[in-house]
Each structure stands twice: as structure tokens, then as C-alpha cells.
Write a protein that binds this ligand. Sequence first.
Ligand SMILES: [Zn+2]
Length: 236
Amino acid sequence: MRIIKEALDIMFPKECLICGKISDIRLFDVPLCKKCLTDLVPVPEDKRWQFCLSEPYENDTCPTLTLYVPFKYEGRIAGIIHRIKFGQKSELTAVLGTLLGKCLNNDNVSCDAVIPVPLSAERLSERGFNQAELIGLYVGKELGIPLLKDVLVRSKNTKRQAEIKDNLRRAANMSGAFKFNDDYSVDGMSILLIDDVATTGNTLHEAAEVLLLNGASKVLCCAFAGNRSVKNVESY
Ligand SMILES: [Zn+2]
């Protein structure tokens, strides 16, 4: 079978899902090219941890909430996320999710379950998939923990965060954005909360707060890529 597959690859070369040039390598069974592969390098271990909110506010119920982000949202990485969300290349979530899972494993992170930040119904029907959920699926496989995909539910259609430049208004836009699905119990569980991109941290913070209010013992917020200096990122 492998010989047939290799022969087919030679006769009908696949294209790199990131740049579109001829693929000369596979990563986690996704066709890529060596040039793109060299850009998939995580930031140093001591740069992956930060407080969830870039601009903390008074009366925050979870001010010590931590965010784990191993890749910088710029250049090729930003391009990959854009291709997933707007180019329908959902296969690339296997690369991001598996890499993220391997980083978490190397950094000795352990949790009981993965929960993705949900999309609004409107955006889910536009795109056909939730990229955070697909990334979370591969992270869960790497860590050997389950993905609980609909524990959090969008309770309102928030404006796209990218359209709001002001931090306080971004926080207000997300306030009350998520509801807890009572079919589940997260009592006493430690949760790895996953999104694809983190900028101000408001979305992850809001989702984490709902999980903590519903009994989770600990929530670690996590995004594949982040950049505090970029605010106009469409995080959905
Ligand atoms: Zn490429």
C-alpha cells in the first residue's frame, strides 16, 4: 500500500496546504513543503506563559487565570490560521493541534479534559466547522484526554472582536457570551480551554469564568498562537 501511495504521490504530486507549492514532505499526514515546515517553530518555553488578560480590570473574579501560547501570531503562522478559517483548509488543524499537544506534553501540562471555545451558530454555518474544536480534538489525542465539545454554548451573537479596537469595549462585547450546557458536569475537573488565536484574552477569560462558576477546579486557557500587539484579529 505504501509503495502505491508513494507512486501516486510522484505521478500526481500534492500541493503544500500552506503555500500551494509542490509538497515535498508530510507532517502528521498533511502535505506540506520543507520551506513552510521551517517556519513552524514555537517560542522558547519561558515565553509561552502569561496572564490571560492583556489589560486586567478591577473586580475580576479570576485575576490569576493563565494563558499558554506556544506560537507567535505573525507571518506564516498567521497565514496558516487564515487559510484554515477563510480558505477552508480545515486539514491544517491536524498540524496545529498535534504541534500544540506536543508542546503541552513537553511542558508537562496535564488536565482532565479539553473544551474548545465555541463559535456562534451563525459563524459555524458560514464556515462549516469550528477550528478551535478541531485543534482541540488533536490536542486531546496527544494528551490522551477527551474533548468535550459542547459544554460551552454561545448565548449571543457577539460582534466580531476584530471590528472593535478598544479593549474595554472588547471585554464588554464578550460579557455574557457563553452559557454552560447543563447536560455536563465539570465539577472538580481541571480544564484545558482551547482557542486558535489569543490577543487581548477577553474571549478565553469570559469562557473560563463560566467553567469556574460551574464547578471546574482549574482552567488553563490555551491558544495555538497569540500576539498582544495585534488587536484586529478575527478570533472566530
Ligand atoms: Zn509550503
